[in-house]
Design a protein around this ligand. Sequence first.
Ligand code: NAP
Length: 304
Amino acid sequence: MQAGKYEVVIIGAGVAGMTAALYLKRSGVNCLIIEGDTPGGQVVKTSIISNYPGFKSITGAELATKMLMQLKALEVEILYEKVINIKLDHDMKVVVLDDGQEILSNKIVIATGRKPRKLNLPNEERFTGHGISYCATCDGALFKDEEVVVVGGGDSALEEAIYLSSICQKVTIIHRSESFRAKSYLQDDLQYIKNIEIIKNANIVEFLISDEKFAGVRINRHHETENIKASACFVFIGYIPESNAFDDLGIIDEEGYITTNDEMETNIKGIYAIGDIRKKSVYQIVTATNDGAVAAINILKNIS
Ligand code: NAP
């Protein structure tokens, strides 16, 4: 079934996709955003953002909501469905949805982002949402005044550990390496927070379950194991790009990211990729919005 024809279809309503839609719609382009989950993407799951210009401090959910409201005021069309494939039909692109619908578009902007990487340990799936979490903003309050563990050593792990330390009695960061990848200002901030403990060179080898409840983690450090009791484990160990739907287009690299030129166009004319799904060196909210603006402006140049 074919449902609609657009000048541009944007796949993903994260901050990159929403920025592209903002620029396109304001220029009168007939565009549609298709979102398979929650608008805002990973930003919604970020507790406090303090490096987005214009906001000294804002929650991710609030920033995403402001962007969404801006699009709603412009009457940008948003369809909540999952995209499973893109078919090429001469100059036309066909976006295939998992309910069988097919949407025609002249151009496509892929903005599907990345999802959190899992530890892939036994019980991880079963206790997700019941002690194991990938989102401190969503689940942190459930563990108020309790002891929790954070896994990882990047910006996400340290930012979210700092956020959790304001809610929980104690936060233990478990990091597999000797040094953190996180920005130095985050590492500096950690030193002043008394209820954060750091355990380096340690791997989580097991989730501890007691009486069918999450009870902590077992770690391996210098060939010795130790149990750490905790009410929850927050996992921040990087991301996996959401590019499965585009596997057969020949635009994905060996890590699953989409490569583009400086104009955000892939090696297929009329297909663009922006935000965290794109292969690049800096993954920030500002670089995602940058990608959205660059793609939209280049699309506008090609349309006019
Ligand atoms: P990341 O920078 O890729 O760091 C992932 C961390 O997880 C690393 O410390 C890594 O350890 C560890 N790790 C990976 N696989 C693991 C495994 N299987 N078991 C245990 N530990 C594992 O991820 P991120 O912190 O989510 O950040 C992703 C990107 O988003 C970065 O570019 C970051 O700058 C950006 N970001 C920016 C902000 C901000 O500016 N406000 C906030 C969040 C994220 P090793 O170091 O040992 O490899």
